[in-house]
Design a protein around this ligand. Structure first.
Ligand code: FAD
Ligand code: FES
Ligand code: FES
Length: 1359
């Protein structure tokens, strides 16, 4: 034990706290210690709140500071939502606005993203811009493509599918200036049709599209070279904001500041002072990155009164190389640690740095860049999370922790002794962690890291491990002289496998040791069946898989492979390597007029990349504005006994509280039946049901007051799964639906059916995860006589209707406007209306503006999701695989109100044949009433679920008749003239064309044989492929909804203002509609503007949904344009006008009405559920996709090697936007089939309170990230296939491609089949959706799963 206390200097007096934002100095007043940087910045629109927990990257900013030690500026991307405001004191914060704007010019990063279609809804966009910019500013040499992809791991996008973002940023990964400046000098010869990227010299998709190639000059218009010097960290363009020179001269000072609720924020500069503070405030929380504390304080609502920011304390930031190892200060950030260790590895002998390498490898999968830039080593250790990625490695590698107490006494402890229990460490309240010492590894000592998560990138581990073994040679045998095996994620604390360690030491390193260790491990890792986190069988099997991998890896290092281990086992230890994404897009451009058919950039893209685009929450409120928070039910089914709101009323900033009794009008809403109370009056039927609303001066105060409302419940029995609902016959009233054709029973009995199979399909739900949460802003006008609102909704008319209803006002006095949505995907079709109705109550009663913006966890918990489905099938077919009869029952989980569940079920029934001709069919279904929040529309609207059931039995037939599923699919295709089960005739069917083209394009047969070959040579990695077709019916289910209105106004300067009933949510509706108007008037697209959607301009609009908006609003706008042209015609025929502007002026002078209302109804549709026959769809959009995946059979990890998607979109109005829709839908669909799993408190998840959602944030609900994009991603549009049933011969695109992602699901299943064959399992097996690593791994049944489960084991799923 030593002492440090005398080495310290005295504390200096504090100076004024300052901060630069976009080059402008700001004084930071005292009293803001409770604020995050994001809250402080929210006056600017470029930094968005997407999740508030560091999981989405929407809030990314770049912070820069001058490092006095290295004498360099450090530039880093960080998450503003987790950064305490005072943590960036003395730094420069740059937001998207600071990079460039539309008035003074865009930065190349912004320009590239906009022009390469990298922004759809735009809510994630500024975050991506800032991550990329920070990477460029922080590297002196151009980043590699790999670095670019890695730097974006902490940024989520739900719209684009990432490919265009990567293409946009890849131009900055230039490696050779010559390639840039002197035209393309490719470093390798391009193959036919391949484009060589001037940035990398490699083939890529940033090249010209077919359309741009076809341009007369032959130059590549889509690609704009960017000189790296413009954004190099060492030099600036004259437009760029430089690092404020004042900050270089400024000395960092001691800070002591306060915040709301008595919070103290102290930033000492000396260790001595830290220790003094710790003795004065024993409960003080040391804070570095705040990535743990931020979650505790903001999400878990834990109050800590004193924060001691130790970021600037030199002793905590040391990184030293000693003779015996490395010493790492507890305050060192993960990014710095990685850089340091990389350097160490370069400088030391290879054998010494095995532990260092393992740490570096583990860090690769540790959070995203923004978190790693601020998160500290000590923060990770002292949190003692059982799933910490680094703690098992510290323990395994014999690391020692140095601890210092308030008196300066120092003690060392072994890492393996430091962790005492769940988040409990061997650290007194008078002690802090000073540093970590990692010894060099010895010759023949090996350390290895392991981690398996839901998603590879930026995800916390399900199970991880650190393993070390030290081998010594005795009598020609390699004997284990020392070993340490540690697991995370299998208990309350990182678990030392004591028995296994004991069993290893002294034994020879051979197969027998492996076998004994695997058996011993099962006694080391004990987990109860309902252990928190679930997935017990999977987690236990991972412990064995990891050890097996470790054994093979060490054997490989020792060159023992050929002796005792077959070469095919090498596949177990090949680490994942991701080549950069190669995308290609193939389409024709049959241009119609000035704009239709052209791949124009999204009209708002330039506003979005600069952060200037405004969303609902960006609307300023004025000083009278109030924030609303919801009072929510905590029980799934209960009677409300009493509500005590006295705590809320005395809460700071309180302005009002409202319950059912306060509603001025009608307390019920619902799009189909009005079965949902705005505020629960007597009974609650789900966790998260709204009981009331509180308004206060700030968002935080409103939430605080809402938390203080006490509700007493009498708990009633709850139905928490479809199965329970079916058993209890708990269905929504009148929700039974049936369709039939032929005679199913007779066919089953006949000898034509050679085989009959029966089975069940479980399909989990999916969260929309639009980046912009549900938000609405309501205010009154004219003394409360009118109510206006701006909302993030796909259905402004429904907002108007519900708000009018709940307030008892006529609809004519209520106006809803929508500028744009940060994503909707169906989740803002009906559920958003409900929140508008809630917010309208306090706004109207108090006569003050009210904003309601849901926190991500609340949004996910209460606003409904894609329906989970349960399907039961019986199918009869011939020995050849020809399907003859289908008997199908389908149930969807409607939740506690009907919402859109019935039309969603109906769509599932319509589409449950996918593209197959089935002579005898009986399908029926019901909507289950369960005690969950009402489920709702989501891209596909029940169609994907219906078709997934079908493809499950198709795949099963294939196994039964020993053919490929693709053969069975093709054998059963519908064709021109087929009569579908509901009586509609198939016309203009392009299915076979698409299928044949796809087969050729993906080279199916060749890939099949390559995959088979790969599978033969690799025991532990398997590849799989699948081709999936789709057919999607276009039209709203209800005939009356198939109508659209538009208002077109022509101004005397020749510009045109279009307003229509549809809303822009990223899908490019406005751009397409504007293109239609521009072409019709034969004017440039830039002359047409669409400002917003408003119920006072176009009344009674249907929601923007069902993929039909471009068809409908395009046609309505066309109608208005044609009316205007007809009015202008008499003057135009005089032919005196040299421009449109002049013509319009002449018309104006002749008093021609230059405003027209257009209207469109979809013709020839209708359906009668009593007869079960009709013509429900105007036409079908067809498509097909191929996918190739590779799985790690030992862990369930997977990646998509290739995806090839082709759609028939007629003559596309805007092929670039359509490609964006296809890629976005495909990647979103990949999330549904393979990544995203909702876990509810039900029988399957007893560790979650009943009816509660466990996966309610990006922390544990994983949507695809940039790392999940298929390596090769090809999208094609079918050529020469005009559709005479829609505007300009186009076809609808939004939803149809979503289901094609099931090709990934079936490719995974194909790979699993190959794995199971290795263990002797040849029969069919069920695989529920989503095929997460857990399901993949457990289905690859082998010796490591055998101790815990049978080969037909079905992991638990909330449905
Ligand atoms: C989005 C996201 C992703 C994440 N991903 C991962 C991941 O992949 N793997 C993983 O392991 N973790 C992950 N984490 C957890 C977290 O980022 C790490 O644990 C991080 O290292 C914590 O460091 P910090 O500096 O932010 O800690 P802080 O939040 O600042 O502090 C955490 C705790 O440590 C204490 N503390 C800090 N320093 C000392 C010291 N010197 N002495 C005593 N006590 C101290 C603090 O008082 C506090 O209680 C993630 C977190 C987020 C938000
Ligand atoms: S809002 Fe900060 S990461 Fe999501
Ligand atoms: S554009 Fe990325 S989330 Fe919408």
């Amino acid at each position: 034990m030593g002492s440090l206390i005398n080495k310290e200097n005295d504390v200096k007096e504090p100076k004024d706290a300052i901060l630069y934002i976009n080059g402008v100095l700001k004084l930071l007043p005292n009293g803001l210690a409770h604020l995050t940087l994001l809250e402080y910045l929210r006056g600017l629109t470029g930094t968005k709140l997407g999740c508030g927990e560091g999981g989405c990257g929407a809030c990314t900013v770049m912070v820069s500071y001058f490092d006095h030690n290295s004498k360099k500026c450090v530039h880093q991307a960080i998450n503003a939502c987790l950064a305490p405001l005072y943590s960036v004191e003395g730094m420069h914060v740059l937001t998207a606005e600071g990079l460039g704007n539309r008035k003074f010019g865009l930065h190349p990063v912004q320009e590239s993203l906009a022009s390469r279609h990298g922004s759809q809804c735009g809510f994630c966009t500024p975050g991506f811009v800032m991550s990329m910019y920070a990477l460029l500013r922080s590297t002196k040499t151009p980043p590699t493509e790999e670095q670019i992809e890695e730097s974006l791991a902490g940024n989520l996008c739900r719209c684009t599918g990432y490919r265009p973002i990567l293409d946009a940023f890849r131009v900055f990964a230039k490696s050779n200036d010559l390639l840039y400046t002197n035209g393309s000098v490719p470093s390798q010869e391009p193959k036919d049709g391949e484009f060589i990227c001037p940035s990398t010299g490699k083939p890529c998709s940033c090249g010209p599209t077919q359309e741009t190639i076809n341009q007369a000059d032959g130059s590549c218009k889509g690609y704009k070279a960017v000189s790296y010097n413009e954004i190099d960290g060492s030099s600036y363009t004259n437009k760029e904001i430089i690092f404020p020179p004042q900050l270089i001269l400024r000395k960092t000072s001691y800070l002591s500041l306060n915040g709301f609720g008595g919070i103290k924020w102290i930033r000492p500069l000396l260790l001595k002072h830290v220790l003094d503070l710790k003795s004065r405030y024993p409960d003080a929380k040391l804070v570095v990155g705040n990535t743990e504390l931020g979650i505790e304080t903001r999400l878990k609502k834990i109050h800590y009164p004193v924060f001691v920011a130790v970021t600037h304390v030199p002793e905590l930031n040391i990184l030293t190389v000693n003779d015996d190892g490395v010493e790492i200060g507890a305050g060192v950030r993960i990014t710095e640690l990685r850089k340091f260790l990389k350097k160490v590895i370069e400088e030391r002998s290879v054998y010494e740095t095995s532990a260092c390498k393992a740490i570096i490898e583990q860090i690769k999968w540790f959070a995203g860049t923004q978190i790693r830039n601020v998160a500290s080593v000590g923060g990770n250790i002292c949190t003692a999370s059982p799933i910490s990625d680094l703690n098992p490695l510290w323990m395994a590698s014999r690391a020692k922790f140095r601890i210092v107490d308030c008196k300066g006494n120092v003690r060392d402890t072994l890492a393996e002794k430091f962790f005492l229990g769940y988040r409990k460490v061997d650290l007194g309240s008078n002690e802090i962690l000073l540093s970590v010492f990692v010894p060099w590894t010895r010759k023949f000592e090996f350390v290895k890291e392991f981690k398996q998560a839901h998603r590879r990138d930026d995800d916390i581990a399900l199970v991880n491990a650190g393993m070390r073994v030290y081998l010594e040679k005795h009598k020609q045998k390699w004997i284990v002289s020392d070993a340490c095996i540690v697991y995370g994620g299998v208990g309350p604390v990182s678990l030392l496998a004591v028995k296994t360690n004991g069993c290893l030491v002294g034994k020879e390193w051979n197969k027998e040791l492996l076998q004994n260790s695997l058996e011993t491990l099962q006694r080391d890792v004990l987990m109860s069946d309902d252990a928190p986190g679930g997935m017990v069988e999977f987690r236990k099997s991972l412990t064995l898989s990891f050890f097996f991998k470790f054994f093979l890896w060490v054997s490989h290092q020792m060159d023992l492979f050929n002796e005792s281990v077959p070469v095919s086992h090498l596949s177990a230890i090949e680490s994942f390597h991701r080549p950069s994404v190669m995308g290609s897009q193939d389409y024709d451009v049959p241009k119609q007029g000035t704009a239709v058919g052209s791949p124009e950039v999204h009209m708002s893209a330039r506003l979005q990349v600069t952060g200037e685009a405004e969303y609902t929450d960006d609307t300023p409120m004025g000083p009278a504005g109030l924030h609303a928070a919801l009072i929510l039910s905590k029980k799934p089914h209960a009677r409300l006994l009493s509500i005590n709101d006295s705590g809320a009323r005395s809460s700071p900033g309180f302005a009002g509280i409202f319950f059912a009794k306060d509603i001025p009008g009608y307390n019920s809403t619902g799009p189909v039946v009005e079965d949902e109370e705005v505020f629960a009056s007597e009974i609650v039927t789900c966790v998260g049901q709204v009981i009331g609303v509180v308004v206060a001066d700030t968002h935080e105060n409103a939430k605080l007051a809402a938390r203080k409302v006490n509700v007493e419940y009498e708990v009633l029995p709850a139905i928490l799964s479809i199965e329970d609902a079916v058993k209890a016959k708990s269905f929504h009233p009148n929700s039974y639906r049936a369709l039939s054709k032929g005679d199913v029973d007779l066919c089953f009995k006949s000898d034509k059916c050679h085989k009959i199979i029966e089975g069940e399909v479980h399909i989990g739900g999916q969260e929309h995860f639009y980046l912009e949460p549900q938000s609405t802003f309501v205010w009154t006008m004219d003394g409360g006589n009118e109510v206006h609102m701006i909302s993030s909704t796909q259905a402004p008319q429904k907002h108007q209707k519900y708000v009018a209803q709940v307030l008892g006002l006529p609809m004519s006095k209520v106006v809803c406007k929508v500028k744009r949505l940060g994503g909707g995907f169906g989740g803002k079709e009906t559920r958003s209306d409900f929140f508008a109705a809630v917010a309208a109550v306090p706004a109207y009663i108090l006569n003050r503006p009210v904003k309601l913006v849901l926190d991500r966890d609340i949004d996910m918990m209460v606003s409904g999701q894609r329906h989970s489905f349960f399907g039961k099938y019986k199918v009869g077919f011939t020995n050849e695989g020809k399907v003859l009869a289908l008997d199908l029952e389908i149930y969807n989980n409607g939740g506690n109100s009907l919402d859109l569940s019935l039309p969603i079920l109906e769509r599932a029934l319509y589409h449950s044949d996918n593209v197959y001709e089935i002579p005898h069919v009986r399908v029926n279904g019901s909507v289950c009433f369960t005690n969950y929040p009402s489920n709702t529309a989501f891209r596909g609207f029940g169609v994907p679920q219906g078709m997934l059931v079908t493809e499950n039995w198709i795949q099963r037939i294939a196994m039964e008749v020993k053919k490929s599923p693709e053969e069975i699919r093709e054998l059963n295709f519908i064709s021109e003239g087929s009569i579908l089960r509901y009586g509609q005739r198939v016309e203009d069917c392009t299915l076979q064309r698409l299928w044949d083209q796809l087969k050729k394009s993906c080279n199916f047969l060749k890939v099949r044989s390559e995959v088979d070959k790969f599978n033969l040579c690799n025991r532990w990695k398997k590849r799989g492929i699948a081709m999936i077709p789709t057919k999607f019916g276009i039209s709203f289910n209800r005939k009356f909804m198939n109508q659209a209105g538009a208002l077109v106004q022509v101004y005397t300067d020749g510009t045109v203002l279009v307003t229509h009933g549809g809303v822009e949510m990223g899908q490019g509706l406005r751009t397409k509609v504007a293109q239609i108007a521009a072409s019709e008037f034969e004017i440039p697209l830039s002359s047409v503007f669409i400002s917003e959607t408003s119920t006072d301009k176009v009344p009674n609009a249907s929601p923007t949904a069902a993929s039909a908006s471009s068809d409908m609003y395009g046609a309505a706008v066309l109608d208005a344009c044609k009316q205007l042209k007809a009015r202008m015609e008499p003057i135009a025929t005089l032919k005196k006008h040299t421009s449109f502007e002049k013509l319009v002026n002449a018309c104006y002078l002749e008093r021609v009405d230059l405003s027209a209302h257009g209207f469109y109804i979809v013709p020839d549709i209708g359906f009668n559920w009593t007869t079960g026959k009709g013509h429900p769809f105007r036409y079908f959009t067809y498509g097909a996709a191929f996918a190739e995946v590779e799985i790690d059979t030992l862990t369930g990890d997977f990646h998509t090697r290739a995806a090839d998607v082709i759609l028939d979109l007629g003559f596309s109005i805007n092929p670039a936007i359509d490609v964006g829709q296809i890629e976005g839908a495909f990647v979103q669909g990949m999330g549904w089939v393979a990544l995203e799993e909702l876990k509810w408190g039900d029988d399957a998840h007893k560790w979650v309170p009943p009816g509660c959602l466990f996966t309610c944030g990006p922390g544990n609900y994983k949507i695809p990230s940039v790392n999940d994009v298929p390596f090769k991603f090809k999208v094609s549009l079918l050529k020469d296939a005009p559709n005479d049933k829609a505007v300009h011969s186009s076809k609808a695109v939004g939803e149809p491609p979503f289901f094609l992602a099931s090709s990934v699901f079936f490719a995974i299943k194909d790979a699993i089949i190959a794995a199971r064959v290795e263990s002797g399992s040849h029969g069919w097996f069920p695989l529920d959706n989503p095929a997460t690593p857990e399901r993949i791994r457990m289905a690859c049944a082998d010796d490591f799963t055998a101790p815990f489960s049978k080969p037909d084991f079905r992991p638990k799923l909330s449905v």
